[in-house]
Design a protein around this ligand. Structure first.
Ligand SMILES: [Fe+2]
Ligand SMILES: [Fe+2]
Length: 217
């Protein structure tokens, strides 16, 4: 009787240990399969944390710029302002800035980073005295963005030692910023040369009809 009892206890302990071992192996196997660590000694593929942080900041800046232009577009379409051509022009700029943010998101994902857009500033201005005044704000905004893009390029070169990121910024952003600041400045110059509101109204009509080729101003 006692021998049977001892044998039963031994079997229970034995099966208990086996069950614990099986549970441990199944959990450790799951943990291994979920690990994303790349088994490489050198990793120049993934973005360095300093550059990832700067690119995420830039996404937020592009989204902020998009919201500023969206406000401008909405304001100039107001029926007490009635400058539909400028409204369209600024709405187009807003969409472009959103595209710039998406391009950065795609790049971060391609380089194994995590996109973080949780810190987008809200614009504080929603009215302007004239299209010319809005253009002055836009030129300042684009210069601020341009300064930051130059800063990221410097960090990519000296801190992250990342020629691929430098090339991406040069080809996708620096040229775009130069073109954009040049076009905004030219429209501002043309408006500054007009003596009265008729010229502004005619330019507005041309912008609405798509008669103004921005790269031919
Ligand atoms: Fe942009
Ligand atoms: Fe821009």
């Amino acid at each position: 009787m006692i021998e049977n009892l001892v044998t039963s206890v031994k079997m229970i302990v034995k099966f208990g240990l086996l069950a614990v071992l099986a549970i441990y192996l199944s959990f450790s196997g799951t943990a291994l399969s979920q690990s994303n660590e790349l088994p490489v000694k050198s990793n120049r593929f993934e973005l360095k944390s300093e550059c990832l942080r700067e690119l995420n900041t830039q996404i937020n800046s592009e989204l902020f710029a998009s919201l500023v232009y969206m406000n401008m577009g909405a304001y100039f379409d107001n029926n007490k302002v009635a400058r539909k051509g400028f409204a369209k022009f600024f709405a187009d700029q807003s969409r472009e800035e959103k595209d710039h943010a998406h391009k950065l998101m795609d790049y971060i994902n391609k380089r194994g980073g995590i996109v973080n857009t949780l810190d987008v500033k809200m614009p504080v201005k929603s009215t302007w005295n004239s299209p010319k005044q809005a253009l002055e704000d836009a030129i300042q905004l684009e210069n601020d963005v341009n300064d930051y893009i130059h800063k990221i390029h410097g960090i990519a070169e000296h801190t992250c030692l990342d020629p691929h990121l430098m090339d991406f910024i040069e080809s996708e952003y620096l040229e775009e910023q130069m073109t954009s600041i040049n076009q905004l400045t030219r429209i501002h110059t043309i408006l500054s040369q007009m003596q009265n509101g008729v010229g502004e109204y005619l330019l507005d009509r041309q912008l609405l009809k798509g008669d103004v080729k921005l790269d031919e101003l």
